[in-house]
Design a protein around this ligand. Structure first.
Ligand code: UD1
Length: 457
């Protein structure tokens, strides 16, 4: 496995371009399976999760041409070769479960998907997906297989529009329900739906495909059956997680980074928090510049939430940022019950962080009576010491990269595959901003080591 070597202490400075959003592109590929028409995507990020989804679609029968240099991907699925998602995709990411919603209206065969993976940040159940698809008329069973379990789904009687109320606005469950509803007879209402920008991007794609979808002010999404499906051209929205990550890396290293393509309207909650702590930013015509202006102010209270709140994926790099701010800040994670595991390594690097099972701050969340550490108090500023780090999940991975960029000596970071899942050309982008970062590719038996550094962006 590859490792990153980062010698910190240098301010990031320069410009990069925001890549296409991981959390949109992977779903768009699955959505394209609804139809037998060609779909062309632009601004496609070359990241691990897209690669996995591309391979998954190929297994199902998709013909795919991906020009990685031009970031253009064409997908065409004239017919399904199989509706069995092989077990090797079990645990790979969150995408296989969405295959059920996309394929139910397309095949009479059983759709078989293995248990899903993704970051280990909570129990991550799929009850809301199953409940919604059941209501639309699907039959879904979980069965034990040779090695592990799989979901068997079918809708032999067809899918029928209905009213579905989600007891929590889950992103994945909303997407799965929308995908199934596009082929369901009549009208489907999803109440308490998630309305993340990546879901709006999916809706834009589906509208071009032929669906009629309305979004009401009260988190209700109304989907009418698509009568005709069309070829689609679609440009993937910029990745707001990547933008926020580089923004925080720039400010925490006392640097200045211009991010071309960063979209203001999807970053409102983030920019408000940045303003609270004294982080500099300027929104321009084609992007946003982020810069260190003055010493960062702690003493803030932050609660992660569903959109339009402060996104849970911004939480880990934000905690690293707060280790550099003056004063104590309270951070309450309300989306995932177990998303502070990564703080142990930050503490070993010198951060002053205390974990709590209580809901700190004003609001009580779903995890109030659990014994999960889902609130923290972080006190700063503290210098961070370089160390050897193993990445446990994607966003924690970037947080560790950020911590290593702040620390003065050289840190060695392993399990880099996690960051590859969601950050396009991480080493190239950071190198272009002046970071002292090297990727060492672990040699296969008998091969010499490969070192990548300062690759062009
Ligand atoms: C997506 C994003 C992830 C982001 C998250 C919240 C992708 C690939 N991942 O994940 O980056 O952090 O949205 O913005 O797009 N839940 C249930 N039952 C369910 C489904 C979810 O209880 O059936 C719970 C989860 O355990 C979690 C919460 O709902 O506590 C949020 O999950 P969800 O919104 O579904 O996130 P994902 O779609 O998995």
């Amino acid at each position: 496995m590859d490792v990153l070597k980062i010698k910190g202490g240098k301010p990031l400075s320069g410009q990069i371009r925001a890549s296409g959003a991981k959390n949109a592109m992977t779903k768009l590929l699955v959505a394209s399976l609804l139809s037998d028409k060609k779909c062309t995507f632009f601004n496609v990020p070359n990241i691990g999760d897209v690669e996995i989804t591309v391979n998954l679609c190929k297994e199902i029968g998709s013909e795919i041409k991906w020009d990685k240099k031009e970031k253009i991907l064409e997908i065409y699925t004239p017919e399904l070769k199989t509706s069995y998602v092989p077990q090797k995709y079990s645990g790979s990411n969150r995408i296989p479960i969405l295959m059920i919603g996309a394929l139910l209206g397309r095949t009479d065969e059983d759709i078989i998907v293995p248990t899903i993976g993704g970051d280990l940040i909570g129990s991550r159940p799929v009850d809301l997906h199953i409940h919604a698809l059941h209501k639309l008329g699907a039959r879904i069973e979980y069965r034990e297989m040779k090695k592990e379990g799989a979901y068997f789904a079918q809708a032999h009687q067809g899918l029928k529009g209905t009213i579905i109320s989600l007891h929590y606005p889950s992103v994945g469950a909303t997407e799965n329900t929308i995908l199934a509803a596009v082929r369901a007879k009549g009208t489907t209402l999803i109440k308490n739906a998630a309305i993340e920008p990546e879901i709006i991007d999916l809706i834009l794609f589906l509208q071009k495909l032929g669906a009629k979808i309305m979004i009401d002010v009260d988190r209700t999404i109304c989907i009418q059956q698509a009568s005709q499906l069309n070829e689609v051209e679609h440009t993937v929205l910029p990745d707001r997680n990547e933008v926020a990550s580089y923004a925080m890396a720039a400010i925490s290293t006392k640097g200045k980074v211009w991010i071309e393509g960063a979209e203001h309207h999807n970053m409102i909650a983030f920019l408000n928090k940045l303003r609270d702590i004294g982080g500099g930013f300027q929104v321009r015509k084609n992007g946003i510049e982020f810069f260190y202006e003055k010493s960062l102010r702690g003493g803030v209270h932050l609660e992660t939430d569903v959109h339009p709140g402060f996104m849970t994926d911004w939480q880990q790099p934000f905690v690293v940022l707060m280790t550099q701010a003056v004063g104590a800040s309270v951070i309450h994670e309300t989306v995932y019950e177990n998303r502070f595991g990564y703080t142990h390594t930050l503490k070993a690097m010198g951060a002053d962080i205390e974990l709590f099972t209580q809901c700190l701050g004003g609001k009580t969340c779903r995890f109030a009576s659990s014994d999960h550490h889902h609130s923290i108090v972080v006190k700063g500023p503290t210098p961070l010491k370089a160390t050897d780090i193993t990445i446990p999940d994607l966003r924690a991975g970037f947080a560790y990269v950020m911590a290593a960029l702040i620390a003065n000596e050289t840190s060695t970071i392993s399990n880099v595959d996690f960051v590859d899942r969601g950050y396009e050309e991480l080493v190239a982008k950071l190198s272009s901003l002046g970071a002292d970062i090297t990727r060492v590719t672990a040699p296969k038996k008998g091969e010499p080591k490969t070192v990548l550094q300062n690759t062009s962006v």
